[in-house]
Design a protein around this ligand. Sequence first.
Ligand code: ZN
Ligand code: FE
Length: 242
Amino acid sequence: MTLEVCLFPCLNDNYGFLVRDVETGTIATVDTPDADAILAELERSGWGPLSLILNTHWHPDHTQGNAALQAATGCRIIGPEEVRRAAPLDDVVRGGDTVMLGATRLEVADTPGHTLGHIVYRSVADNLAFVGDVLFNMGCGRLFEGTPEQMWSSLQILAAWSDQTVIWCAHEYTAANARFALSLDDRPEMQARAAEIMAMRERGEPTVPTTLAAEKAFNPFLRATDAADFAARRAAKDSFTG
Ligand code: ZN
Ligand code: FE
């Protein structure tokens, strides 16, 4: 019930994740943006063989390594049914299910909006969650398939978790997100947060993970007052060029 997480950049702006259950040594990867990068990181980690792929949603930048990783390692692939649109999948999971990563229990929640079948994985014991393209540091996923109401409900599921929850997001979009956030809200603490983000990016540091507490303080989408306000903010972000 203790997880170690190794994060590494993949493709242009994705993150790859290797996750290790300390008690049993079982290894998973969350999503598969780039099979070669994930295999290289696995090698570097010295953590041993890959047991599981955990997919969050069907988009190619989250599933395109499934086949090659399974061919290379024989791992099992777990995810929402929609993954089958793009890639191989062994076991379908949905909201309310649990996935065992060695001795660690991961709870699955349905979080439609970015895609209709998007799910997230959370370890309550470790106070962490892998949220794919639902929530980003100071941002949220685009509504490719769902309605603003669906995405707003999904964000409320995350918002109900403990403030200390560590949030592992699947993309590094934070600098652009911070510019949009500042356009809506330029409180001094927001300016300080944006400056901190820009400095981290300039040093080449990832801004992932974040925490739910930080997102409640600074994320303009979590700070919307209701679904209509969320919809207006999401539409404004889609056309924001600043
Ligand atoms: Zn996506
Ligand atoms: Fe993505």
